[in-house]
Ligand binder design. Sequence first.
Ligand SMILES: O=C(CO)[C@H](O)[C@H](O)COP(=O)(O)O
Length: 228
Amino acid sequence: MSVNVKQLAAEKAVEYVQDGMKVGLGTGSTAYWAIRKLGERVREGLNITAVATSQASEDQARELGIPLVAFGEIDHLDLTIDGADELDSRLQLIKGGGGALLREKIVAMGSTRMIVVADESKAVNTLGKFPLPVEIVPFAWEWTVAKLEKLGCRPELRRSGDKLYRTDNGNYIADCHFGAIASAPVLAEQLQGISGVVDHGLFIGIASMAIIGKQDGSIEIIEGETDL
Ligand SMILES: O=C(CO)[C@H](O)[C@H](O)COP(=O)(O)O
C-alpha cells in the first residue's frame, strides 16, 4: 500500500500545535493535509486562532470551522505550517509554486516558528532545479523581466489558461529558471534590489524545522538554528 507522504509530514507537524496558539496556515497540497488535521483537532476541542496565506487555505479552514482572523488584527503568530517546492539541509527554501509566496513570507516571518512540511522529493542538495517564483508588479513588467534575465536566469511569466496568472495580490509571477543557485542569500539580495519585484520565493533563515515524509513510512526531521 502506498504511503501518503504529504499527509504523513503534515500530520506530524500538527502535533506541535498547542491549545491557545495563533497558527499560520500555509498553501498547497501538503499544507492542505495540515489544515485538514487541524480542523479535526478543532472539532475535538482544540482552541486556536488561525491566519491563512491564500484564499484557497482560507476557504478550506472556514469550511472546517477553524477560527480565522486577519493577520493585521493580531501582533504575532506562534507557529506557521507550510509546504515548500525545494528545501536544502540548511532549511533554505524555494516557495511560491502555488503563487502565494508573498503572503506566505509575511505570515512565516511574523511567526515565532515555521515548520516546513514536504515529501522527500522536495529535499535537494542545491536549490534551483525548481524555477524560482518571483512576484512582480504588472506595471512595466517587461522591464522587470529584462532585469531578472540579467541575473542569469530564463524568466517565464506564469499563465493561467490563456491569461497571465495573477496572485491573490493582483501581481504577476515570473518563474525564473536559474539552475543550481550558488548562493541563495546573494541572489535574494540581488532580487530585492530590482524595483518591480514585490518579493521572491527564496526563504532564508525563516524556517525553524522541516518535517519530511518518506515513502517507507518514516519521517525525517531537520532542526534549524533559528528554532527556539
Ligand atoms: O509555496 C507554496 C505555494 O505558494 C507551496 O507551499 C509549495 O508550492 C508546495 O506545494 P505542495 O505542497 O502542493 O507541493
